[in-house]
Design a protein around this ligand. Structure first.
Ligand code: BTN
Length: 273
């Protein structure tokens, strides 16, 4: 169902969100802004100043919202969720992408409480019926061979109407409101998301990526699909067979050979139908 922007959009109540997060680790410290360049930039600065793990930055709008692969993230005010979370996982640098995958799982699981068709597109987009509803930008600061901190930047299209998206995205993006057919309470969504992120992050730290992988694969919309992957001018194609033990995407090429993909932009050939 397509929604139009007739409902008034109001600031979210950060006091309500703080109350909802009172018993959790993530969200003990929530910094709320009307407008920032990017919540990731603010969270990065806070992390450098030793902000605790679980510190959250939320803004109503971003003037320079960033997406993966150097793209912009459209951030219309009062409609959606633009959130960054400071994490300090005691892991080697090579495992940092797995934190992003665990977060993608948590975002998809939360989105499914509103729209059951929500699924994950590797590495960590969340789609509903082939259209993007959420994305994650993971930025890491290293210390020696380990991770000093990770800023997990999450953008979720909650209440955007079709005309809120830039014209070139209107057939590629969808809000949870349009998918569910009813406005999404942003505080309720943010509270559920932070709780699920904490749960999946803790599982990852306790049991490793092996515990996340089957849950992630259970929500993947790519398995069995023929895809093309573009990475810095290089391309490859094949049928997705699943995730490797470290989170790389496994592709079966036309000749039967299996390859691993660690970065890139995935396009499903022939769409999701
Ligand atoms: C993607 O390209 O899919 C990732 C999008 C990530 C957007 C979020 S919105 C909150 C945080 N701040 C940013 O500037 N980007 C992330």
């Amino acid at each position: 169902m397509m929604m139009t922007s007739t409902a008034p959009h109001r600031p979210l109540s950060v006091d309500d969100l703080r109350r909802a997060c009172v018993a959790a680790r993530f969200g003990q410290d929530i910094r709320y802004f009307e407008s920032v360049t990017s919540t990731n930039t603010v969270a990065h600065q806070l992390a450098i100043e030793e902000a605790a793990e679980g510190t959250v930055v939320i803004a109503e709008t971003q003037s320079l919202g960033r997406g993966r692969l150097g793209r912009a993230w459209a951030s219309p005010a009062y409609r959606n969720l633009y959130l960054s979370l400071v994490l300090r996982p005691p892991i080697p640098i090579a495992c940092a992408p797995q934190v992003g995958l665990a977060a993608g799982l948590a975002v998809a699981e939360t989105a499914r409480e509103w729209a059951e068709a929500a699924a994950i597109k590797w590495p960590n987009d969340v789609l509903v019926r082939g259209r993007k509803t959420a994305g994650i930008l993971t930025e890491m600061e290293a210390a020696d061979a380990g991770v000093r901190f990770i800023v997990l930047g999450i953008g979720v299209n909650l209440n955007s109407a079709v005309e809120d998206f830039p014209p070139e995205l209107r057939d590629k993006a969808i809000s949870l409101c349009s998918a569910a057919g009813a406005p999404v309470d942003r505080v309720r969504f943010a509270a559920r998301l932070l709780s699920q992120l904490e749960q999946r992050y803790d599982l990852f730290l306790r049991e490793g990526f092996a515990a996340i992988r089957p849950l992630w694969e259970g929500l993947s919309c790519l398995t069995g699909r023929y895809v093309q992957i573009e990475d810095g001018g290089e391309q490859c194609a094949g049928v997705v067979s699943g995730l490797d033990g470290d989170g790389a995407l496994r592709l079966r090429q036309p000749g039967g050979q299996e390859i691993r993909v660690v970065t890139g932009d995935v396009t499903v050939i022939g769409g999701y139908e």
